[in-house]
Design a protein around this ligand. Sequence first.
Ligand code: SAM
Length: 402
Amino acid sequence: MHTLDLPAPDADALAHSAHLAAVLRERIAAHGPLPFSAYMERVLYAPGLGYYSAGSRKFGAHGDFVTSAELGPVFARCVAAALAPALRGLGHGADWLELGGGSGAFAEHALLALASRDALPACYRLLEPSAELRARQQARLRARLPDALFARVQWIDRPPETPWHGVLFANEVIDALPVTRFTLRGGEVFEEYVALDGEDRFVRQDRPADALVAGAVRHLEHRLGRPFDDGYRSELLPQLPYWMQAVAGTLQQGLALFVDYGYPRAEYYHPQRRNGTLRAFYRHRVHEDVFFHPGLQDLTASVDFSALAEAGAAAGLELAAYVPQGRFLQAAGVAAVHAEAAQGLDAAGLYALAQEIKRLMLPEAMGERFQAMLFARGMAAAPLPAELLLAELLLADRRARL
Ligand SMILES: C[S@@+](CC[C@H](N)C(=O)[O-])C[C@H]1O[C@@H](n2cnc3c(N)ncnc32)[C@H](O)[C@@H]1O
Protein backbone atom coordinates (compact mmCIF):
# COMPACT_ATOMS: atom_id res chain seq x y z
CA MET A 1 0.00 0.00 0.00
CA HIS A 2 1.25 3.49 -0.85
CA THR A 3 1.40 5.77 2.18
CA LEU A 4 -0.43 8.50 0.19
CA ASP A 5 -3.50 6.25 0.41
CA LEU A 6 -3.41 6.21 4.21
CA PRO A 7 -5.89 8.36 6.16
CA ALA A 8 -4.39 11.69 7.24
CA PRO A 9 -3.79 12.20 10.98
CA ASP A 10 -5.42 15.21 12.65
CA ALA A 11 -3.43 18.37 13.50
CA ASP A 12 -2.68 17.33 17.12
CA ALA A 13 -1.41 13.94 16.03
CA LEU A 14 0.74 15.54 13.33
CA ALA A 15 2.26 17.96 15.83
CA HIS A 16 2.97 15.08 18.21
CA SER A 17 4.68 13.09 15.46
CA ALA A 18 6.67 16.14 14.33
CA HIS A 19 7.93 16.56 17.91
CA LEU A 20 9.13 12.94 18.08
CA ALA A 21 10.68 13.21 14.60
CA ALA A 22 12.54 16.38 15.67
CA VAL A 23 13.93 14.59 18.75
CA LEU A 24 15.12 11.73 16.54
CA ARG A 25 16.70 14.11 14.01
CA GLU A 26 18.57 15.92 16.76
CA ARG A 27 19.83 12.62 18.10
CA ILE A 28 21.04 11.50 14.68
CA ALA A 29 22.60 14.89 13.89
CA ALA A 30 24.51 14.84 17.18
CA HIS A 31 25.55 11.19 17.39
CA GLY A 32 25.23 9.73 13.90
CA PRO A 33 22.82 7.17 12.42
CA LEU A 34 20.74 5.04 14.81
CA PRO A 35 20.64 1.26 14.56
CA PHE A 36 17.14 0.37 13.32
CA SER A 37 16.45 -1.39 16.64
CA ALA A 38 17.13 1.87 18.50
CA TYR A 39 14.87 3.77 16.08
CA MET A 40 12.09 1.22 16.63
CA GLU A 41 12.59 1.36 20.38
CA ARG A 42 12.21 5.14 20.36
CA VAL A 43 9.25 5.42 18.00
CA LEU A 44 7.36 2.82 20.04
CA TYR A 45 8.48 3.51 23.60
CA ALA A 46 10.12 6.96 24.00
CA PRO A 47 8.50 8.25 27.25
CA GLY A 48 5.50 10.44 26.46
CA LEU A 49 6.21 10.37 22.71
CA GLY A 50 6.41 6.79 21.42
CA TYR A 51 3.48 4.95 19.91
CA TYR A 52 2.92 2.78 23.00
CA SER A 53 3.89 5.40 25.56
CA ALA A 54 1.69 8.25 24.32
CA GLY A 55 -2.03 8.73 23.90
CA SER A 56 -2.72 7.23 20.49
CA ARG A 57 -5.77 4.96 20.58
CA LYS A 58 -3.97 1.87 19.18
CA PHE A 59 -6.40 -0.99 19.91
CA GLY A 60 -9.85 -1.80 18.55
CA ALA A 61 -12.05 -0.79 15.66
CA HIS A 62 -11.09 2.91 15.92
CA GLY A 63 -7.41 2.23 16.51
CA ASP A 64 -4.70 0.73 14.33
CA PHE A 65 -5.01 -3.00 14.95
CA VAL A 66 -7.11 -5.57 16.77
CA THR A 67 -5.60 -8.33 18.90
CA SER A 68 -7.28 -11.60 19.87
CA ALA A 69 -7.76 -10.17 23.35
CA GLU A 70 -9.50 -7.09 21.96
CA LEU A 71 -12.04 -8.95 19.84
CA GLY A 72 -14.15 -9.90 22.87
CA PRO A 73 -14.01 -12.20 25.89
CA VAL A 74 -13.58 -15.57 24.12
CA PHE A 75 -9.79 -15.60 23.78
CA ALA A 76 -9.17 -14.75 27.45
CA ARG A 77 -11.83 -17.22 28.61
CA CYS A 78 -10.17 -20.00 26.59
CA VAL A 79 -6.69 -19.16 27.91
CA ALA A 80 -8.13 -19.12 31.45
CA ALA A 81 -9.81 -22.49 30.83
CA ALA A 82 -6.55 -23.92 29.50
CA LEU A 83 -4.40 -22.74 32.39
CA ALA A 84 -6.88 -22.97 35.30
CA PRO A 85 -6.16 -26.64 36.10
CA ALA A 86 -2.44 -25.89 36.38
CA LEU A 87 -3.11 -22.83 38.50
CA ARG A 88 -5.34 -24.81 40.85
CA GLY A 89 -2.80 -27.63 40.92
CA LEU A 90 -0.05 -25.20 41.90
CA GLY A 91 -2.06 -24.40 44.98
CA HIS A 92 -2.07 -21.51 47.39
CA GLY A 93 0.14 -18.57 46.48
CA ALA A 94 0.26 -19.24 42.74
CA ASP A 95 0.38 -15.97 40.79
CA TRP A 96 -0.46 -14.90 37.26
CA LEU A 97 1.95 -12.61 35.47
CA GLU A 98 0.73 -10.94 32.28
CA LEU A 99 3.29 -9.12 30.16
CA GLY A 100 2.18 -6.16 28.07
CA GLY A 101 -1.50 -6.02 29.03
CA GLY A 102 -2.56 -3.55 26.26
CA SER A 103 -5.93 -2.01 27.09
CA GLY A 104 -6.52 -4.40 30.01
CA ALA A 105 -9.16 -6.36 28.08
CA PHE A 106 -7.38 -9.67 28.55
CA ALA A 107 -6.89 -9.20 32.31
CA GLU A 108 -10.53 -8.25 32.77
CA HIS A 109 -11.94 -11.31 31.03
CA ALA A 110 -9.28 -13.71 32.31
CA LEU A 111 -9.82 -12.71 35.95
CA LEU A 112 -13.61 -13.08 35.68
CA ALA A 113 -13.19 -16.47 34.00
CA LEU A 114 -10.64 -17.67 36.57
CA ALA A 115 -12.98 -16.60 39.38
CA SER A 116 -15.82 -18.59 37.84
CA ARG A 117 -13.53 -21.65 37.66
CA ASP A 118 -12.41 -21.31 41.24
CA ALA A 119 -8.85 -20.82 40.03
CA LEU A 120 -8.05 -17.26 41.06
CA PRO A 121 -4.35 -16.50 41.38
CA ALA A 122 -3.20 -15.05 44.69
CA CYS A 123 -2.05 -12.03 42.72
CA TYR A 124 -2.57 -11.00 39.08
CA ARG A 125 0.54 -9.06 38.14
CA LEU A 126 0.77 -6.83 35.10
CA LEU A 127 4.14 -5.82 33.74
CA GLU A 128 3.41 -2.92 31.41
CA PRO A 129 6.26 -0.62 30.36
CA SER A 130 3.95 2.04 28.90
CA ALA A 131 2.73 4.50 31.54
CA GLU A 132 -0.19 5.45 29.32
CA LEU A 133 -1.35 1.85 28.90
CA ARG A 134 -0.85 1.15 32.57
CA ALA A 135 -3.17 4.06 33.42
CA ARG A 136 -5.69 2.76 30.89
CA GLN A 137 -5.52 -0.74 32.40
CA GLN A 138 -6.00 0.64 35.90
CA ALA A 139 -9.05 2.70 34.91
CA ARG A 140 -10.63 -0.16 33.01
CA LEU A 141 -10.10 -2.83 35.64
CA ARG A 142 -11.18 -0.56 38.50
CA ALA A 143 -14.40 0.25 36.63
CA ARG A 144 -15.25 -3.26 35.45
CA LEU A 145 -14.05 -5.71 38.08
CA PRO A 146 -15.67 -6.37 41.46
CA ASP A 147 -13.55 -4.83 44.23
CA ALA A 148 -12.38 -8.21 45.50
CA LEU A 149 -10.94 -9.07 42.08
CA PHE A 150 -9.44 -5.64 41.47
CA ALA A 151 -7.67 -5.97 44.83
CA ARG A 152 -5.72 -8.92 43.43
CA VAL A 153 -4.26 -6.90 40.55
CA GLN A 154 -0.81 -5.44 40.98
CA TRP A 155 1.28 -3.46 38.50
CA ILE A 156 4.99 -4.15 38.61
CA ASP A 157 7.87 -2.21 37.07
CA ARG A 158 10.19 -5.11 36.37
CA PRO A 159 9.98 -8.91 36.30
CA PRO A 160 9.84 -10.61 39.71
CA GLU A 161 13.33 -10.91 41.18
CA THR A 162 12.45 -13.52 43.79
CA PRO A 163 11.28 -17.07 43.03
CA TRP A 164 7.56 -17.45 42.33
CA HIS A 165 5.15 -20.08 41.05
CA GLY A 166 2.18 -19.72 38.77
CA VAL A 167 1.47 -18.76 35.19
CA LEU A 168 3.23 -16.35 32.84
CA PHE A 169 1.26 -15.12 29.84
CA ALA A 170 1.99 -12.79 26.92
CA ASN A 171 -0.11 -12.13 23.84
CA GLU A 172 1.50 -10.14 21.02
CA VAL A 173 4.34 -8.83 23.17
CA ILE A 174 7.34 -10.41 21.45
CA ASP A 175 6.22 -8.97 18.10
CA ALA A 176 6.51 -5.54 19.71
CA LEU A 177 10.15 -5.94 20.82
CA PRO A 178 12.58 -3.77 18.80
CA VAL A 179 14.22 -5.86 16.09
CA THR A 180 17.70 -5.67 14.62
CA ARG A 181 17.59 -5.50 10.81
CA PHE A 182 20.40 -7.10 8.83
CA THR A 183 21.35 -7.67 5.22
CA LEU A 184 24.15 -9.45 3.32
CA ARG A 185 26.51 -7.77 0.87
CA GLY A 186 29.36 -9.60 -0.80
CA GLY A 187 28.97 -12.31 1.84
CA GLU A 188 29.46 -9.80 4.69
CA VAL A 189 26.83 -8.98 7.31
CA PHE A 190 25.53 -5.41 7.40
CA GLU A 191 23.19 -3.88 9.96
CA GLU A 192 20.43 -1.49 8.95
CA TYR A 193 20.65 1.99 10.48
CA VAL A 194 18.43 5.05 10.23
CA ALA A 195 20.19 8.15 8.88
CA LEU A 196 19.15 11.55 7.47
CA ASP A 197 19.42 12.50 3.81
CA GLY A 198 20.37 15.98 2.48
CA GLU A 199 16.81 17.16 3.06
CA ASP A 200 16.63 15.89 6.64
CA ARG A 201 14.43 12.95 5.73
CA PHE A 202 14.86 9.58 7.46
CA VAL A 203 16.55 7.03 5.22
CA ARG A 204 17.86 3.52 5.68
CA GLN A 205 21.58 3.03 5.67
CA ASP A 206 23.45 -0.29 5.84
CA ARG A 207 26.68 -0.35 7.84
CA PRO A 208 29.10 -3.22 8.53
CA ALA A 209 27.65 -5.15 11.46
CA ASP A 210 29.41 -5.27 14.81
CA ALA A 211 30.57 -8.60 16.24
CA LEU A 212 27.31 -9.22 18.15
CA VAL A 213 25.01 -8.79 15.14
CA ALA A 214 27.37 -10.52 12.70
CA GLY A 215 27.70 -13.42 15.15
CA ALA A 216 23.93 -13.68 15.54
CA VAL A 217 23.45 -13.79 11.75
CA ARG A 218 26.18 -16.41 11.33
CA HIS A 219 24.56 -18.45 14.10
CA LEU A 220 21.26 -18.25 12.18
CA GLU A 221 22.95 -19.45 8.99
CA HIS A 222 24.48 -22.29 10.93
CA ARG A 223 21.09 -23.35 12.33
CA LEU A 224 19.48 -23.03 8.91
CA GLY A 225 22.25 -25.07 7.31
CA ARG A 226 22.70 -22.54 4.47
CA PRO A 227 24.10 -19.05 3.96
CA PHE A 228 21.81 -16.11 3.19
CA ASP A 229 21.82 -14.86 -0.41
CA ASP A 230 23.37 -11.51 -1.16
CA GLY A 231 20.76 -8.76 -0.77
CA TYR A 232 18.65 -10.87 1.60
CA ARG A 233 17.24 -8.68 4.36
CA SER A 234 15.47 -9.72 7.51
CA GLU A 235 15.42 -9.16 11.25
CA LEU A 236 16.29 -10.91 14.46
CA LEU A 237 16.14 -10.41 18.22
CA PRO A 238 19.66 -10.91 19.59
CA GLN A 239 18.32 -9.88 23.01
CA LEU A 240 15.63 -12.60 23.14
CA PRO A 241 17.52 -15.08 25.40
CA TYR A 242 18.30 -12.27 27.88
CA TRP A 243 14.71 -11.02 27.74
CA MET A 244 13.40 -14.53 28.36
CA GLN A 245 15.77 -15.04 31.26
CA ALA A 246 14.62 -11.71 32.69
CA VAL A 247 10.88 -12.39 32.44
CA ALA A 248 10.81 -16.12 33.20
CA GLY A 249 14.06 -16.82 35.02
CA THR A 250 12.54 -16.62 38.51
CA LEU A 251 9.49 -18.77 37.68
CA GLN A 252 10.24 -21.83 39.80
CA GLN A 253 7.17 -23.88 39.06
CA GLY A 254 4.41 -23.31 36.55
CA LEU A 255 3.57 -22.62 32.93
CA ALA A 256 4.50 -19.88 30.49
CA LEU A 257 2.33 -19.27 27.45
CA PHE A 258 3.31 -16.99 24.56
CA VAL A 259 0.88 -16.30 21.71
CA ASP A 260 1.98 -14.35 18.66
CA TYR A 261 2.19 -14.33 14.89
CA GLY A 262 5.22 -16.04 13.48
CA TYR A 263 6.84 -19.14 12.11
CA PRO A 264 9.49 -21.74 12.79
CA ARG A 265 12.95 -20.57 11.71
CA ALA A 266 13.06 -22.30 8.32
CA GLU A 267 9.84 -20.56 7.27
CA TYR A 268 10.75 -17.23 8.85
CA TYR A 269 14.01 -17.06 6.92
CA HIS A 270 12.67 -18.67 3.78
CA PRO A 271 14.87 -17.62 0.82
CA GLN A 272 11.84 -16.03 -0.85
CA ARG A 273 11.01 -13.82 2.14
CA ARG A 274 13.75 -11.46 0.98
CA ASN A 275 12.64 -8.41 2.92
CA GLY A 276 11.82 -9.85 6.31
CA THR A 277 8.55 -9.54 8.21
CA LEU A 278 8.77 -5.98 9.54
CA ARG A 279 5.62 -3.97 8.90
CA ALA A 280 3.71 -0.92 10.03
CA PHE A 281 0.07 -0.78 11.18
CA TYR A 282 -1.87 2.41 10.85
CA ARG A 283 -5.67 2.49 11.17
CA HIS A 284 -5.98 -1.14 10.12
CA ARG A 285 -3.82 -0.66 7.04
CA VAL A 286 -0.63 -2.66 6.82
CA HIS A 287 2.25 -1.09 4.93
CA GLU A 288 6.04 -1.03 4.83
CA ASP A 289 6.95 2.61 5.34
CA VAL A 290 8.53 2.55 8.81
CA PHE A 291 9.16 6.31 8.60
CA PHE A 292 5.50 7.26 8.08
CA HIS A 293 4.53 9.67 10.90
CA PRO A 294 6.82 8.30 13.64
CA GLY A 295 4.92 7.71 16.87
CA LEU A 296 1.51 7.43 15.20
CA GLN A 297 1.80 3.91 13.88
CA ASP A 298 2.73 0.53 15.27
CA LEU A 299 5.84 -1.26 14.02
CA THR A 300 6.00 -4.99 14.41
CA ALA A 301 7.83 -8.08 13.20
CA SER A 302 6.79 -11.73 13.29
CA VAL A 303 8.26 -14.07 15.88
CA ASP A 304 10.87 -16.73 15.11
CA PHE A 305 9.37 -19.49 17.26
CA SER A 306 12.48 -21.66 16.97
CA ALA A 307 14.45 -18.81 18.55
CA LEU A 308 11.77 -18.49 21.25
CA ALA A 309 11.96 -22.23 22.00
CA GLU A 310 15.75 -21.96 22.34
CA ALA A 311 15.49 -18.88 24.53
CA GLY A 312 13.01 -20.73 26.76
CA ALA A 313 15.32 -23.73 27.05
CA ALA A 314 18.26 -21.46 27.89
CA ALA A 315 16.15 -19.90 30.68
CA GLY A 316 15.47 -23.36 32.11
CA LEU A 317 11.97 -23.88 30.70
CA GLU A 318 10.76 -27.08 29.12
CA LEU A 319 8.88 -26.78 25.84
CA ALA A 320 5.45 -28.37 26.39
CA ALA A 321 3.57 -27.56 23.17
CA TYR A 322 3.69 -25.50 19.99
CA VAL A 323 0.36 -25.23 18.15
CA PRO A 324 -1.51 -22.84 15.89
CA GLN A 325 -3.92 -20.59 17.79
CA GLY A 326 -7.01 -22.27 16.29
CA ARG A 327 -5.94 -25.67 17.59
CA PHE A 328 -4.99 -24.21 20.93
CA LEU A 329 -8.44 -22.66 21.36
CA GLN A 330 -10.09 -25.88 20.28
CA ALA A 331 -8.08 -27.82 22.85
CA ALA A 332 -8.93 -25.19 25.46
CA GLY A 333 -12.64 -25.85 24.95
CA VAL A 334 -13.77 -23.00 22.71
CA ALA A 335 -16.97 -24.91 21.97
CA ALA A 336 -17.97 -24.89 25.65
CA VAL A 337 -16.91 -21.24 26.01
CA HIS A 338 -19.07 -20.44 22.99
CA ALA A 339 -22.11 -22.29 24.38
CA GLU A 340 -21.81 -20.53 27.72
CA ALA A 341 -21.31 -17.08 26.19
CA ALA A 342 -24.30 -17.58 23.88
CA GLN A 343 -26.75 -17.96 26.76
CA GLY A 344 -29.23 -15.14 26.84
CA LEU A 345 -27.84 -13.31 23.77
CA ASP A 346 -30.20 -11.84 21.17
CA ALA A 347 -29.70 -12.40 17.43
CA ALA A 348 -27.24 -9.51 17.07
CA GLY A 349 -25.24 -10.73 20.06
CA LEU A 350 -25.11 -14.27 18.70
CA TYR A 351 -23.92 -12.98 15.35
CA ALA A 352 -21.16 -10.89 16.96
CA LEU A 353 -20.06 -13.88 19.06
CA ALA A 354 -19.92 -16.12 15.98
CA GLN A 355 -17.85 -13.49 14.14
CA GLU A 356 -15.44 -13.22 17.06
CA ILE A 357 -14.91 -16.97 17.14
CA LYS A 358 -14.46 -17.13 13.38
CA ARG A 359 -11.72 -14.51 13.47
CA LEU A 360 -9.93 -16.28 16.28
CA MET A 361 -10.19 -19.72 14.73
CA LEU A 362 -10.24 -19.58 10.93
CA PRO A 363 -6.89 -20.43 9.36
CA GLU A 364 -6.98 -17.43 7.01
CA ALA A 365 -7.85 -15.11 9.91
CA MET A 366 -5.94 -15.63 13.18
CA GLY A 367 -6.23 -19.41 13.56
CA GLU A 368 -3.08 -20.35 11.63
CA ARG A 369 -1.13 -17.10 11.48
CA PHE A 370 -0.91 -17.01 15.27
CA GLN A 371 0.90 -19.67 17.24
CA ALA A 372 0.79 -20.65 20.89
CA MET A 373 3.99 -21.80 22.56
CA LEU A 374 3.68 -23.33 26.00
CA PHE A 375 6.56 -23.94 28.40
CA ALA A 376 6.54 -25.72 31.73
CA ARG A 377 8.93 -25.66 34.63
CA GLY A 378 9.05 -27.89 37.66
CA MET A 379 5.64 -29.31 36.85
CA ALA A 380 6.45 -32.98 37.28
CA ALA A 381 5.47 -32.84 40.93
CA ALA A 382 2.32 -30.83 40.36
CA PRO A 383 -0.66 -32.23 38.46
CA LEU A 384 -0.29 -31.20 34.83
CA PRO A 385 -3.56 -30.06 33.27
CA ALA A 386 -3.79 -33.48 31.70
CA GLU A 387 -7.23 -33.18 30.17
CA LEU A 388 -5.99 -30.25 28.14
CA LEU A 389 -2.30 -30.64 27.56
CA LEU A 390 -1.95 -34.32 27.15
CA ALA A 391 -4.84 -35.04 24.87
CA GLU A 392 -5.94 -32.47 22.29
CA LEU A 393 -3.00 -30.15 22.54
CA LEU A 394 -0.34 -32.75 22.16
CA LEU A 395 -2.15 -34.25 19.18
CA ALA A 396 -1.90 -30.90 17.44
CA ASP A 397 1.65 -30.29 18.58
CA ARG A 398 4.08 -29.06 15.92
CA ARG A 399 7.28 -29.00 17.92
CA ALA A 400 8.90 -31.20 15.31
CA ARG A 401 8.78 -28.30 12.84
CA LEU A 402 10.83 -25.95 14.99
C1 SAM B 1 0.63 -5.34 20.50
S1 SAM B 1 0.38 -4.87 22.14
C2 SAM B 1 -0.52 -6.29 22.78
C3 SAM B 1 -1.38 -5.94 23.95
C4 SAM B 1 -2.20 -7.07 24.57
N1 SAM B 1 -1.35 -8.14 25.06
C5 SAM B 1 -3.21 -7.60 23.58
O1 SAM B 1 -3.10 -8.75 23.18
O2 SAM B 1 -4.13 -6.85 23.24
C6 SAM B 1 1.99 -5.02 22.86
C7 SAM B 1 2.04 -4.79 24.37
O3 SAM B 1 3.33 -5.19 24.86
C8 SAM B 1 3.83 -4.17 25.71
N2 SAM B 1 5.30 -4.33 25.76
C9 SAM B 1 6.24 -3.90 24.90
N3 SAM B 1 7.48 -4.26 25.29
C10 SAM B 1 7.30 -4.97 26.44
C11 SAM B 1 8.21 -5.61 27.33
N4 SAM B 1 9.52 -5.59 27.12
N5 SAM B 1 7.70 -6.24 28.41
C12 SAM B 1 6.37 -6.25 28.65
N6 SAM B 1 5.47 -5.66 27.82
C13 SAM B 1 5.93 -5.02 26.74
C14 SAM B 1 3.28 -2.91 25.05
O4 SAM B 1 3.37 -1.76 25.86
C15 SAM B 1 1.84 -3.37 24.80
O5 SAM B 1 1.06 -3.35 25.97
